[in-house]
Design a binder for this molecule. Structure first.
Ligand SMILES: [Zn+2]
Length: 113
């Protein structure tokens, strides 16, 4: 029996009550008109697919119906923590070279991750 901790209900609930909704912490560009087509396309369609630590948005669909974030290891499937939207994860991966370059690009665009 697999259970996930809902930070809103503040208790462990059955896995069947939850649905993953994709990558967490995706920030909409502050000025979409200023984005190039490539930058806007990246925002809309491209998501990380890391081997290791990944932050995901999940919904407690058959419970409180609220969204929250999960830090999950994509190799072991272990859920390392859950936290509410707007909070920051306490478990993070070391940024790879490509992620470091991406965060530098975000700073240039005035976007905060
Ligand atoms: Zn809940």
């Amino acid at each position: 029996m697999f259970q996930i901790y809902c930070p809103h209900c503040e208790e462990l609930r059955e896995e069947e009550e939850f649905h993953p909704k994709g990558q967490a912490h995706i920030v909409r560009p502050a000025e979409p008109e200023a984005c190039s087509d490539e930058e806007w396309g990246d925002y809309l369609f491209f998501r990380d697919n890391p081997r290791g630590i990944h932050h995901e948005m999940w919904v407690h669909a058959v419970g409180c119906r609220k969204f929250f974030n999960v830090t999950r290891h994509t190799v072991s499937y272990a859920i390392l923590e859950t936290y509410k939207i707007g909070e920051q994860p306490s478990v993070t991966a070391e940024p790879s070279a490509s992620e470091a370059a991406a965060s530098t690009a975000d700073v240039r665009q005035g976007v905060r991750a």
